[in-house]
Design a protein around this ligand. Structure first.
Ligand code: CMP
Length: 142
């Protein structure tokens, strides 16, 4: 496995609860290199665009409302096998099923409000990083 990138999001629930600093510290402790970092407040349209793959699912409207209700922090992370590594650190999508010590077990309250996001595949990571870091904000090659 070679160097890889993934998109991480610190979601509005974790931002509201003041966990952003601890999550960013954890990112460094786990050995990721931060290639990009921005704080944003998504419009509903921007949240719909990011989660377009979920359009039509029963939870889509709830997800869009949640993701546009307050600020988020998006990060382009780099590491060996970054996609799986970050998904291991955040834990299962449903915090009730997340392993001890994972970000979702530590900080998330529910499946809908689950503190953090991680890309699920290299193709998705490329699209998601491009969504939030267009142009030359993150150097395209690794
Ligand atoms: P995330 O990893 O950001 O990717 C899609 C999000 O949809 C997921 O985290 C959850 O927050 C949300 N999600 C997935 N399934 C459900 C569900 N059944 N009900 C509510 N939200 C969900």
């Amino acid at each position: 496995m070679s160097l890889q990138r993934t998109l991480a999001i610190i979601k509005p629930d974790a931002m509201d609860a003041g966990h952003a600093g601890a999550i960013i510290a954890r990112i460094h402790e786990e050995g990721f290199t931060v290639r990009g970092l921005r704080q944003l407040h998504l419009t509903q349209i921007q949240a719909e665009g990011f989660y377009a793959v979920h359009r039509g699912r029963p939870f889509f409207d709830e997800l869009v409302q949640f993701m546009s209700r307050g600020p988020i922090i998006v990060l382009a992370l780099e590491a060996e096998a970054a996609i799986d590594k970050w998904r291991d650190v955040i834990g299962a999508t449903d915090p009730a099923k997340a392993a001890a010590g994972t970000i979702r077990k530590l900080y998330a309250a529910s499946l809908g409000e689950n503190a953090a996001h991680g890309s699920d595949a290299p193709e998705t990571a490329a699209v998601e990083i491009g969504y939030f870091f267009p142009g030359c904000e993150v150097r395209p090659s690794i």
